[in-house]
Design a protein around this ligand. Structure first.
Ligand SMILES: Cc1ncc(COP(=O)(O)O)c(C=O)c1O
Length: 399
């Protein structure tokens, strides 16, 4: 049975054009880009092209991009630097202001800063539609003593796009350095660092059809930065370690591909498929709720709750019926607790436990969406029959 993959916020397949671009750097072009002979020059040039491609996707200059080992590293490198700078100022500026819906790659680092480094982590709440409470954010920054702030551009569970232009304006007026985890936004929606001038911004390759294990950090020109990894001085001394050339070339190509799709139609094709899927689900299955803002969300994501169906049971049935998707975010799979994102949005616990995250990509087809609708109908029908009435309770699945 061919599986339908609808979990692209967890990871994406390497796009065939990306793989093709990478292959020479996994075979004949294996040289170390720092070597002096002519053959290595071609590898260096490919790295330069990748800097240009990634920069172009977000409206930056190539010198403002450094490649990292993953999105988590980009996030940690930015936060670790910003915390160290603040710590050196000696006792001042101990507050780190973020949001309640960040990915663990921000929250766990923030908790580390709080538990081990004497900072105070403050998580600003969101509105029921999953968007940052801007008034609360403004109030939090107005209190002063803020070391730095970090806000995600789009949420990994709901796809909800955050009011980054407004938040960035608030941070700039308050003189607070702002980092953005834009890992779920870059390539999926317009992200332009000239128009929304965040100071630091993280990207991850595997969310946009490049390989896993490669990311990038944007560092605004003129801003200070000190590396987390010190050594051979690669990436202008800002991230040492011999470069993962093939993956970096792949990230560059993926950035170019996603930019061309965004420029062509703003991912209208993906949004059409997602909307078609969602409309069919809403009209053909009773008791379904769409969670989060429908006006501000990435084109590929649909976060749905199914009354009287535990998501854990739905996932097992859907896998059997040929559909791969997620309950909440990938990191939450297997846990029966509502995620921190759903809790922050005030989604009732039953509704949260019965929610699925469906996330498409530019490789998803309309046939796959229709097949997925049929599978969801079958799985929901079965679970509701097994549970025998309203109320989410323990689920036994008989297949
Ligand atoms: C919003 C967000 N931030 C950070 C990460 C971590 O990125 P990586 O898997 O490249 O370390 C992810 C991936 O799940 C994410 O969705």
């Amino acid at each position: 049975m061919a599986m339908v993959y609808l979990d692209s916020n967890a990871t994406t397949q390497i796009h065939p054009e990306v793989l093709e671009e990478m292959m020479p750097y996994l075979t004949d072009q294996w040289y170390n880009p720092s070597s002096g002979y002519r053959a290595a020059k071609a590898v260096r040039t490919a790295m330069e092209t990748a800097h240009e491609q990634v920069a172009s996707l977000i409206g930056a200059d190539p010198e403002e991009i450094i490649f990292t080992g993953c999105g988590t590293e980009a996030n940690n490198a930015a936060l670790s630097f910003l915390a160290r700078v603040s710590a050196r100022q000696g006792g001042q500026c101990r507050r780190v202001v973020t949001s309640a819906i960040e990915h663990s790659a921000i929250l766990r680092y923030g908790e580390y800063l709080q538990d081990q480094e004497g900072f105070v982590l403050e998580k600003v709440g969101v509105q029921p539609d999953g968007r940052l409470d801007l008034e609360a954010y403004r109030d939090a920054l107005a209190l002063g003593d803020v070391a730095f702030s970090s806000l995600m551009w789009a949420n990994n569970e709901t796809g909800v796009i955050q009011p980054m232009a407004e938040a960035c304006e608030v941070a700039r007026s308050a003189g607070v350095p702002l980092h953005s985890d834009a890992i779920q936004a870059v390539g999926k929606t317009e992200v332009n660092v000239r128009e929304v001038p965040v100071d630091y911004l993280s990207i991850s390759g595997h969310k946009l059809h490049a390989p896993k294990g490669v990311g990038a950090l944007y560092i605004r020109r003129g801003l200070a930065f000190e590396p987390m990894l010190r050594g051979g001085g690669q990436e202008g001394g800002r991230r040492s370690g011999t470069e993962n050339v093939a993956s970096i070339v792949g990230l560059g190509k993926a950035a170019e591909l996603m930019k061309s799709r965004l420029d062509a139609d703003g991912h209208a094709g993906v949004a059409r498929l997602r909307d078609h899927f969602e409309q069919r689900i809403l009209s053909e299955i009773t008791g379904v709720t769409v969670n989060g803002s429908m006006d501000y969300r990435t084109a590929n994501t649909s976060h749905l709750s199914f009354d009287d169906c535990e998501a854990a049971g739905l996932l097992i049935l859907l896998d059997e019926y040929g559909v791969q998707c997620s309950a909440g975010s990938a990191c939450m799979t297997g846990k029966q607790k509502p995620s921190h994102v759903q809790t922050a949005m005030g989604i009732p616990a039953d509704q949260a436990r019965s929610s699925l995250r469906i996330s498409l990509s530019i490789l998803t087809t309309s046939e796959e969406c229709d097949a997925a609708v049929e599978a969801v109908k079958k799985a929901v029908g079965k679970l509701r029959r097994v549970q025998g009435g309203p109320g989410v309770g323990p689920v036994q699945i008989f297949t």
